[in-house]
Design a protein around this ligand. Structure first.
Ligand code: ATP
Length: 283
C-alpha cells in the first residue's frame, strides 16, 4: 500500500534525442522526511523535477503520489500521469514576479483556490461571501509565511529589490502558500553565503517538523545535504547509483568514484573529500 504524503517514481526514463538524461530511475520520497537527490553536474537531477512537475513528458515511467488525506493526487496528461496537485517547486534560478510586491507574490500563489471560491464568475469576485472568506484566508496564510520567513517588514517592497537570500526565502514561502504535500527545491542554497545556508538548513528541518510535509531537495552543498536529509538518492549519468541514509551514501565507493570523476575539484563535496582522505589514510 502506498504511503500517505509519499511520492513513488518507477522506471522513469527521459531521453533527449540520443542522450538519456534519466535512465530507468525508481525511488520513493516519503512524507515528513527530507529526501535529497544529489549527483555531479548533468547527472539528471533537474530533469527528474521537470518530469515530476509536468515541464517534460517522460519517455517512459510511472508516478504515484498520495495526498495526506489518502487521496491520490495525480492527473492524466497526454498519456502520462503527472502530479499536478500538492507538488510545489522552486527553481535553480529564482523565478519570482520581480515587479510585484512580496505580499502579492504570495497571493498569486493562491490564485487557484481564490478563483474556485469566485465560482469563476465576475459576480463571484465582487459579491460572494465565499470569495471574501477565501481572500481573507489567503491573506492570513501569506501573513503567516511572511512572519515565518521574517519578511513581514518587506511585504510591500518589490520582490525583485530584495537581497538574494531573502528572494530565496520568498520563493519557499510562495511554494508553501500553495499548501503542498511535497515541496521540491532545486538548489535552494545556490548563491547563499555559509551563514544563510546554515539558516536555510534549520528552516527546512523546521518546515518538515512543523508541517509534516515531505521535502524533495536537489542540492550541491553537501554540508547541508548531509546535515538535514533523512534519505539520499545519488544519480550519475541519469542512473541511480546509491539510495540510503547520509551515512551509507557518503561512504559508498560508487558515489566517491562518481564525484572523483568531476573535472572541477571544487565540485567535490568536502564530506566526500574527507571520506576519501580517511580511506587513503587507512590503506
Ligand atoms: N531540454 C533539454 N534538451 C536537451 N538536453 C537536455 C535538456 N534538459 C537537460 N538536458 C541534458 O540532460 C542532462 C541532465 O541535465 P540536468 O539539468 O537534469 O542535470 P543536473 O543533474 O540537474 O545538473 P546540474 O547539477 O548542473 O544542474 C544534461 O546532459 C543536460 O544537458
Amino acid at each position: 500500500m502506498r504511503e500517505q504524503g509519499g511520492l513513488e517514481v518507477t522506471h522513469l526514463t527521459m531521453r533527449f534525442g540520443g542522450l538519456v538524461a534519466v535512465n530507468d530511475l525508481s525511488f520513493s520520497a516519503r512524507g515528513k522526511e527530507i529526501t535529497a537527490i544529489i549527483g555531479p553536474n548533468g547527472a539528471g537531477k533537474t530533469t527528474v523535477f521537470n518530469c515530476l512537475t509536468g515541464f517534460y513528458k517522460p519517455t517512459v515511467g510511472e508516478l504515484a503520489f498520495m495526498g495526506r488525506d489518502g487521496r491520490i493526487l495525480l492527473e492524466q496528461l497526454d498519456g502520462f500521469v503527472i502530479a499536478r496537485h500538492g507538488l510545489a517547486r522552486t527553481f535553480q534560478n529564482i523565478r519570482l514576479f520581480p515587479g510585484m510586491s512580496v505580499l502579492e507574490n504570495l497571493l498569486v500563489a493562491q490564485h487557484q483556490p481564490l478563483m474556485q471560491a469566485s465560482g469563476f464568475t465576475l459576480l463571484g469576485l465582487f459579491g460572494a461571501r465565499r470569495y471574501r472568506e477565501a481572500e481573507k484566508d489567503a491573506i492570513e496564510l501569506a501573513r503567516q509565511w511572511l512572519d515565518r520567513m521574517e519578511l513581514t517588514h518587506l511585504a510591500d517592497s518589490p520582490a525583485g529589490a530584495l537581497p538574494y537570500g531573502q528572494q530565496r526565502k520568498l520563493e519557499i514561502a510562495r511554494a508553501m502558500c500553495t499548501r503542498p504535500t511535497m515541496l521540491c527545491l532545486d538548489e535552494p542554497a545556490a548563491g547563499l553565503n555559509p551563514r544563510e545556508t546554515a539558516e536555510l538548513g534549520i528552516l527546512l528541518k523546521a518546515i518538515r517538523d512543523e508541517t509534516g510535509i515531505g521535502i524533495l531537495l536537489i542540492e550541491h552543498d553537501m554540508g547541508m545535504v548531509m546535515g538535514i536529509s533523512d534519505h539520499i538518492i545519488v544519480l550519475d549519468y541519469g542512473r541511480k547509483i546509491a539510495d540510503g541514509t547520509p551515512l551509507a551514501v557518503r561512504s559508498d565507493p560508487e558515489v566517491i568514484k562518481a564525484y572523483l570523476g568531476e573535472e572541477d575539484d571544487d565540485e567535490l563535496p568536502p564530506e566526500i573529500r574527507a571520506e576519501i582522505s580517511e580511506t587513503a589514510a587507512r590503506a
